[in-house]
Design a protein around this ligand. Structure first.
Ligand SMILES: Nc1ncnc2c1ncn2[C@@H]1O[C@H](COP(=O)(O)OS(=O)(=O)O)[C@@H](OP(=O)(O)O)[C@H]1O
Length: 203
């Protein structure tokens, strides 16, 4: 981490930290006062998004269904497949709670980040103890992109949307498969809601 003044906040973003066994201890040893922000979304959609991303890089991989189940007829989900495992948020959270209190962890709703980016970022700013500087006036909905975009980033005078790899059209998955995965995740989601004290309404 770079050196910073007392009045500055250093931020670092690595999606895999949340699901990496060694990360909580290492971050704790670096700075036990760190504040942690995690974006979570419906784990079923997350798994499909993850698969869509891998498929775009490796078009020859097996189908989503073949990877997601050990035995589809019996409804046996393969929780060792990363796309499935990452969405079992409560298990990862337990690992972090060995080192950090819940008060130092903030969960951003991936769904609300799209429907109400300013509201979601308002809560992030509160969590970080910042004035709410980023507000509604910084965003607009870009019809072509189908997502909110920044009206004017600091570094340029032009509006900016996220790149092509964010907000891709997902691979079509059978409704039955989606139902089976929903069932699979339900107990993990419920425990997660209880633990963080917030119902993300993914069911
Ligand atoms: N404003 C805006 N524009 C575009 N995309 C947005 C936006 N806000 C949230 N999202 C969602 O972010 C998802 C991509 O983020 P990633 O999961 O790839 O991020 S990361 O690589 O893990 O950092 C991406 O997931 P997919 O739709 O599955 O591609 C988006 O749904």
């Amino acid at each position: 981490m770079p050196r910073t003044l007392d009045s500055q906040i250093t931020m670092e973003k690595t999606p895999s930290y949340f699901v990496t066994k060694e990360a909580p201890k290492r971050i704790f040893n670096m700075s036990r006062d760190s504040k942690l922000i995690v974006v979570v979304r419906n784990p079923v959609t997350r798994a499909i998004s993850d698969y869509t991303q891998t498929l775009s890089k490796k078009p020859d991989i097996p189908t989503f269904e073949a990877l997601a189940f050990k035995n589809r007829t019996l409804g046996l989900v393969d929780s060792s497949w990363n796309a499935i495992r990452i969405g079992m948020y409560v298990l990862h959270l337990e690992n972090w709670l060995q080192y950090f209190p819940l008060s130092q962890i903030h969960f951003v709703s991936g769904e609300r980040l799209i429907t109400d980016p300013a509201g979601e970022l308002g809560r992030v700013q509160d969590f970080l103890g910042l004035k709410r500087i980023v507000t509604d006036k910084h965003f607009y909905f870009n019809k072509t992109k189908g997502f909110p975009c920044l009206k004017k980033p600091e570094s340029s005078s032009l509006p900016r949307c996220l790149g092509k790899s964010k907000g891709r059209t997902h691979v079509q998955i059978d409704q039955d498969v989606i139902e089976q995965l929903r069932e699979f995740y339900r107990p993990f989601n419920i425990k997660f809601y209880e633990m963080v004290g917030h119902n993300f309404r993914w069911d």
